[in-house]
Ligand binder design. Structure first.
Ligand code: TYD
Ligand code: MG
Length: 452
């Protein structure tokens, strides 16, 4: 009988120690160590065919550079966030809050991909999964479902029969008998992911691992796993809206700033090829406080509606509320408008909303936000036919944005007549477009142009 020992693990980085420590020496976080029971036995790893083979260093110039093998999945958004398809032998972690649609996303992919796929679930019964599959529609005769949480059993099955793609829902439900701690604990998650990783690397089978994130962070979230896996995708969205964003947080095989956009429907997730169309609402009249900004997430331009409401503060302290836009950035923009352009915003409530529940970090949204604030402040509407893309600096200067050509052509494609950008974006006049490009250097010039 193996002897059980108590070990302490850091919730934040997964480091272990024989005794409890207040400050983690590896990630410097305080009070992150939790107690877990582990068997002392040095266990032969469950998935270890090549334990005896040794590897030797080889010269870098002798390494044959084979293009890594990629499967193109039928889901274009997923292909995009993976960097152009699923790489053989890669381990992809899909994280997200419960109920956001992770299982739906991967089941839908499994049902549509004409390959042999194992979907192993520890969360739902076969009939529940079948019901969900019924809503989505089954197009793959080679999609197998198994409900299992024992890692050893899963590995035994995989040894007998290897799928072409493996999906595990979720990593928090897996349990290995080597570890005494309950499923979802740090040592279980580390051990199970380690085994799955070994399986993926040795067989070349790509694996999707679903991981839950919880707000309190009391169980080990996928943070610990991020170091182990090749790709980390995060599925996010506001549950009150139907739009979902699949974001790359880490990718060893492609860019880490890609996003995929979906809409959750009664029949599963629908890919949104052209996000601009859904993010700009149809409106008849011109309303004040609304502008269209041209943002870029990853390499993807999209036009979206930025809304603002400026009203006289009725309570002592003026409120600043923002939905989808960084609140500190909003305070900065308000300070710039007040100090550099003389708008009395100090006694006003300011509310900002990015339509569609999108949360973006592109500084190119600044100019559109500033224009929306000014439009609401002046109570004068801004034409529906102008789009904005520019970063606002601390002295009120409008700075250049990245990928400006793409932003301009996206606005043009969607029928905008004008786009306002920074004059520091050079080489724009060569663009032979029908859209009129207005280049400004300062926020005051934007004000003059719009309301002067
Ligand atoms: P789910 O994939 O179970 O989320 P997760 O695995 O991230 O916990 O998604 C659950 C939500 O999705 C649930 O609220 C119902 C909704 N849904 C739809 O709106 N349409 C559908 O076709 C499906 C399958 C789910
Ligand atoms: Mg699920």
């Amino acid at each position: 009988m193996a002897k059980a020992v108590i070990k302490y693990f850091c919730k934040s980085c997964g480091a272990s120690s024989g005794k409890w420590i207040g400050k983690c020496p590896s990630c410097n976080e305080w009070n992150t160590y939790v107690e877990e029971v582990v068997h002392k036995e040095t266990v032969v790893k469950a998935w270890s065919k090549k334990n005896t083979e040794k590897s030797y260093p080889i010269k870098i110039r002798d390494i044959v550079e084979g293009a890594e093998q990629r499967y193109t999945l039928p889901d274009n958004e997923l292909n995009r966030v993976l960097g152009g398809g699923l790489v053989a032998g890669s381990l992809v972690l899909v994280g997200g809050e419960p109920g956001i649609g992770k299982s739906t996303l991967l089941l839908q992919m499994a049902l549509a991909t004409p390959r042999k796929i194992f979907y192993i679930s520890g969360e739902e019964s076969e009939t529940q999964i079948k019901m969900r599959a019924g809503r989505i529609g089954i197009h793959n005769d080679n999609c197998y479902i198994m409900t299992e949480t024992s890692l050893e059993h899963i590995l035994n099955i995989l040894r007998e029969e290897t799928p072409e793609i493996l999906i595990i829902d979720s990593v928090q439900t897996l349990t290995s008998t080597i570890i005494d701690s309950p499923p979802g604990s740090i040592s279980q998650i580390k051990e199970c992911t380690g085994e799955i990783l070994r399986f993926a690397k040795e067989t070349g089978v790509p694996v999707f691992l679903i991981g839950h994130i919880n707000k309190e962070g009391s169980i080990a979230g996928p943070k610990v796993l991020e170091h182990m896996v090749d790709t980390v995708l995060q599925f996010e969205g506001d549950r009150h809206y139907n739009y979902r964003i699949l974001r790359t947080l880490k990718n060893r095989f492609g860019s880490a700033s890609e996003i995929g956009i979906y809409e959750m429907r009664g029949t599963g997730l629908r890919e949104i090829e052209n996000p601009s169309e859904i993010l700009i609402s149809e409106r008849e009249d011109n309303l004040s406080g609304i502008t269209i900004s041209c943002a870029v997430e990853g390499i993807r331009p999209m036009l979206l509606e930025t809304q603002s409401l400026v009203s006289t503060a009725v309570y002592g302290t003026p409120q600043r509320t923002s939905n989808g836009f960084d609140l500190r950035r909003l305070s900065m923009l308000l300070a710039v408008l007040e100090k550099r352009c003389g708008f009395q915003l100090g006694a006003k409530d300011v509310f900002i909303n990015i339509a569609g529940g999108m949360k973006l970090e592109d500084p190119g949204l600044d100019l559109g936000i500033v224009a929306a604030i000014l439009s609401s402040y002046e109570n004068v509407s801004i034409s529906k036919e102008i789009a904005f893309a520019g970063e606002v600096g601390l002295s009120g200067e409008v700075r250049a944005v990245s990928r400006v050509e793409q932003r301009i052509s996206e606005a043009e494609k969607l029928g905008f007549k004008e786009i306002m950008i920074s004059k520091y974006n050079k080489g724009i006049d060569q663009l032979s477009g029908k859209i009129k490009v207005i280049q400004i250097g300062k926020v005051e010039e934007a004000f003059e142009w719009l309301f002067g």
